[in-house]
Design a protein around this ligand. Sequence first.
Ligand SMILES: [Zn+2]
Length: 273
Amino acid sequence: MARLTVYGARGSFPVFGDAYRRYGGQTSCFAVENDQGILVIDAGTGIRDLGQQLNELKVLPPITILFTHLHLDHLLGLAAFKPLLRRDAKITFMGDAKVHGDWPRVLQGLISAPYWPVDLIHMGAELSFTPLPAKGPLALYGHEIRSCPISHPQGCLGYRIESGKRSLVIATDYEIGEEMFDRGFAAFAKGADILVHDAQYTPDDYGAHKGWGHCTWQHAVETAERVGSKELILTSHDPVRTDEAVDRLLAAARARFPKSAAATPGMTLDLSQ
Ligand SMILES: [Zn+2]
């Protein structure tokens, strides 16, 4: 059985406090788990909670971490990912130089002096830094994984994961409106059962944030309709968006696309049926 679990759905920066209890303050982190391994997408602060859970296990599964992009909110939790400290852990990082540049250097630079007391490569786990295949899907843990460039400052990847019976597309940071990207993404995401999509803004606050690399719930709904997805999961909640404000954003999306939900830590979706 494969399942998707959300560990962090906040965009831009972590937030804390009573106003954010239900949709959480942890930044971007998703995991697709089955009996062959754990595929992690993004290492925002949500990855710390995943790491705490994995650290309870006597025998760790193989772990692969993919990144949508390298903005800080997608990396902030990595240093606190407990399996990095275990000598029995095998962790593979994967990236695409076309979009992420010299990403192994970026990761190793971020988790090293003066930013962190222990270098990433000396934390204990056996690490590998592997490029995503230049062509064709990546076959891993029984999944077929594809990536697609989407419009965001410095570039970003969307991922499509075919697993079991259901297909999943994740596009955490994506500003709709550049036809070249939108056409490519529409073909890439076509027919996805589950679409996890950026919905950082409302149509009201988008005007002041045009060009910042995110879109509105309305754009997310239009994309879900365009690609014919069955379920839409809204993510990258703006740091200013309290639980009540996410509820209002979600209600507006549901009025147009009833099978919408807002990503929240602990949410799980079965991909096998
Ligand atoms: Zn970003």
